[in-house]
Design a binder for this molecule. Sequence first.
Ligand SMILES: NC(=O)c1ccc[n+]([C@@H]2O[C@H](COP(=O)([O-])OP(=O)(O)OC[C@H]3O[C@@H](n4cnc5c(N)ncnc54)[C@H](OP(=O)(O)O)[C@@H]3O)[C@@H](O)[C@H]2O)c1
Length: 300
Amino acid sequence: MKILITGANGLLGQHLVQELLHQQFTVLATSKGPNRLPFEPSEQFRYRSLDITDELNLEKVMEEERPDVIVHAASMTQVDECEKNTELCEKVNVYGTTQLLVDAEAFSKYIIYVSTDFVFDGLNGLYREDDDLRPVNFYGFTKMQAEAIMHTSEIPWAIVRTCLVYGNPLQGTRSNIVNWVRESLQEGESIKVVSDQMRTPTYVGDLAKGLVEMIKRRSTGIYHLSGKEQLTPYQMALKTADHFSLDKSLITEVTADTFTQPAKRPPRTGFDISKAEKDLDYKPMTFEEGLQQMGETGIA
Ligand SMILES: NC(=O)c1ccc[n+]([C@@H]2O[C@H](COP(=O)([O-])OP(=O)(O)OC[C@H]3O[C@@H](n4cnc5c(N)ncnc54)[C@H](OP(=O)(O)O)[C@@H]3O)[C@@H](O)[C@H]2O)c1
């Protein structure tokens, strides 16, 4: 079975490719830029550069490759950049998803779209799969629109929403909360971390395993895949400092209004994951176990 991943260079994409290869799937990794995956090309693994907004090339790749399954993880993910450059954000997140689905309907059999807790307003977390969508920033708005496009799919589809993903990139992708805290404290830098937001942080390896399980079962509909513990970023920073024996006094607790960020953040999100636990036998790590895992695999 051939699986095409979009956004394979990203934090999730890298771990998903690794997990699929580990479970003997054939993987066609695609992403906008040059290959950043640490795997040698083989019968089981290839990489192709693919910008999902390049309609002609997208159709060409899909027609040539005819993947059985697509996991659509490519996205413009920087929330503040999306707020500042709405045109590009809409182009990648909405238009790119529309084009991908058109080609998926022609050349593939099943598609999973990776979405976010930022489709919710954050007033009533933990959220269940059927709760009302009310994004508070442009990034969330485009992800909600992309979800709506998936609902029109003529081939079996699933939406996986996830929340604050952390883990070591296999090779050079952007930072996440744990690596940011760890690296800042290691360099003796003071950091300010908010305590008026709530999330259920997701260890990237759990998310990758959950997605592979969905591929195996051809699960359809919406699933929430995240960790189970509700934590504030401030609590995550303290736990990170404790775990890696770093200086906690460098961490200052602040509220979100301390920062003047272009995009609003939903205050209390996080997921009720009971549907995934029941249907997929999904068993995420605790935050402490995720930190342990990161310590063992090291920072790339
Ligand atoms: N990380 C989180 O905390 C989080 C939380 C909730 C939901 N999500 C969702 O999970 C998914 C994966 O997130 P992530 O953390 O792995 O993101 P990431 O590290 O920012 O990676 C996203 C990838 O998308 C690719 N991309 C951007 N524009 C593209 C385009 N026009 N065509 C093709 N590829 C393009 C980039 O490829 P290149 O590097 O090759 O340019 C990048 O590697 C996203 O859909 C995101 O919305 C993430």
